[in-house]
Ligand binder design. Structure first.
Ligand code: RTP
Ligand code: MG
Length: 137
């Protein structure tokens, strides 16, 4: 099943010089393709829309502050079961619980600063791709 997913390299990944490391892991996965890629800063409206499901939770405000603390890299990745696949490469949300070999397990520090976002379902992917890449066909 060919899918598309939205991946964000969070400000910690950019600051720490891990763009190439993380994108390399995605690129090396056979059969996956990067079809859009952009370095940008996120405004409050985009962040509110993107993380709307977490509004009201205790970690929401610090999360939004962190996500606007520097540029991020947004990319569209296409390929076989790529939604589940990138989540697997990323590992669990909490880097301490993430196994070595996963992106978060290898490089993550605290739960908020976990380097990468990846859409968690087909519905999320569709919504997030429209938000970040409205011109995508
Ligand atoms: P993401 O949405 O960024 O891909 O991460 P996720 O699905 O693994 O985790 P989610 O539950 O959607 O949480 C979104 C992001 O919020 C930060 N977070 N901080 N307790 C905390 O301090 C806490 N919990 C979550 C993380 O940056 C997480 O990726
Ligand atoms: Mg999430």
């Amino acid at each position: 099943m060919t899918q598309r997913t939205l991946v964000l390299l969070k400000p910690d990944a950019v600051r720490r010089g891990l763009i190439g490391e993380v994108i390399g892991r995605i690129e090396r996965k056979a059969g996956w393709t990067i079809s859009a890629l952009e370095l940008r800063s996120l405004d409050q409206d985009t962040l509110e829309a993107h993380y709307g499901e977490h509004k009201g939770k205790p970690f929401y405000e610090p999360l939004v502050a962190f996500m606007s603390s520097g540029p991020i890299v947004a990319l569209v990745v296409e390929g076989e079961r790529v939604i589940e696949g990138v989540r697997q490469l990323a590992g669990p949300t909490d880097p301490i619980a993430a196994a070595p070999g996963s992106i978060r397990g290898d490089f993550g520090t605290i739960v908020r600063e976990n380097l990468i976002h990846a859409s968690d379902s087909e519905e999320s992917a569709e919504r997030e791709l429209k938000l970040f890449f409205p011109g995508l066909v």
